[in-house]
Design a protein around this ligand. Structure first.
Ligand code: CP
Length: 322
């Protein structure tokens, strides 16, 4: 595996899920694979789960993880080509990437969307420079448009808890005080479209996800109708993807608290499990009652981030041995 951005990069989903269960059962069985190998985890943005689960996955495989917080531990980096660097950014990605790559065997990158320039974000301008200039396998640890390690962990969690062959999974938008990127819902939609589930997306008008990710998923604008009979409710806020109106890209179009997932929403489901990638704003996205209920999967979902990261790193290390 040369890179991990999209669901296609993991190949057959059944095989990937089987491998994930094996990794979960015996996490230290491949400790020899990472011997004398180093993974560089580069963070342009904050993280709790991604940072810790990636380090843990690397350690389980016998690798040495190095974490670099750009702008805090390092110089501030310029990401755009052709600019006169007379501001606060001391180094360009063009030099920093090959230097970092010379110290490691795999690179993971967290780089959020700026939410001001749709073209820049949806071209994955930062991540693609890592691919181009590192010469090393690259993992998106949530980049401008995707969060594949999260979506893979979500799929593993659904696989562990589903009671029917083809469960109904609903991705619902929920309110948030800040404008958030679309990476999590994009990847969740992409992975659910590839999985054997009945997938429905619900959000207020204007929040349509980019068709590259929404695919042929059913979109239902009536949230209660969408949630009827759901087996899994996946809540997430995202800002306007700018599909119907590019000028609205990255904006907050709705603050409607009627979309907060509460007991009344869960009551129309098939006793659904509640999911969220975390961090979550309580009583904005979901009420205390729902997230604290015995149907909430937010903690096992976060724990599965180690498993998804480990499968990806394991495959990259195995490919190096070929
Ligand atoms: N879900 C997730 O990626 O969490 P962090 O932002 O804390 O890494």
């Amino acid at each position: 595996m040369k890179s991990f951005f999209h669901v296609q990069d993991i190949g057959n989903l059944d095989a990937a899920l089987k491998e994930a269960m094996e990794v979960k059962r015996t996490p230290f069985a491949w400790k020899h694979l990472g011997e004398n190998k180093t993974i560089m985890l580069v963070f342009f943005n904050s993280s709790l789960r991604t940072r810790l689960s990636s380090q843990k996955a690397a350690l389980n495989l016998g690798m040495n993880p190095i974490v670099l917080n750009i702008g805090q531990d390092s110089w501030k980096l310029e990401t755009e080509l052709g600019v006169v660097m007379d501001g606060d950014k001391s180094e360009h990605l063009r030099e920093a990437i090959p230097v970092m790559a010379s110290y490691c065997d795999i690179i993971g990158v967290r780089s959020f969307a700026g939410l001001s320039d749709r073209e820049f974000d949806y071209a994955e301008t930062v991540l693609s420079q890592f691919l181009e200039f590192s010469g090393k396998p690259v993992i998106s640890l949530e980049s401008a448009t995707v969060h594949p390690c999260q979506a893979f962990a979500d799929l593993i969690t659904i696989e562990e808890h589903r009671s029917s062959k083809r469960p109904k999974v609903v991705l619902t938008w929920a309110p948030h005080p800040k404008a958030l990127p679309q990476a999590v819902p994009n990847s969740f939609a992409e992975w659910m479209n590839a999985a054997d589930v009945d997938f429905v997306i619900t959000h207020p008008h204007g929040y349509e996800l980019d068709p590259r990710f929404a695919g042929n998923a059913k979109v239902e604008y009536d949230q209660f109708k969408a949630l009827e009979g759901a087996d899994f409710v996946y809540a997430k806020n995202w800002s306007c993807p700018g599909v119907t109106n590019p000028a609205d890209y990255g904006k907050i179009l709705s603050r409607d608290m009627a979309w907060t997932v509460d007991a009344a929403h869960m009551a129309v489901t098939n006793n659904a499990y509640f999911m969220h990638c975390l961090p979550v704003r309580r009583n904005m996205i979901v009420t205390d009652e729902v997230i604290d209920s015995d149907r909430s999967l937010v903690i096992p979902e976060a724990a599965n981030r180690v498993v998804s990261a480990q499968v990806v790193m394991k495959r990259m290390l195995e490919a190096m041995q070929d």
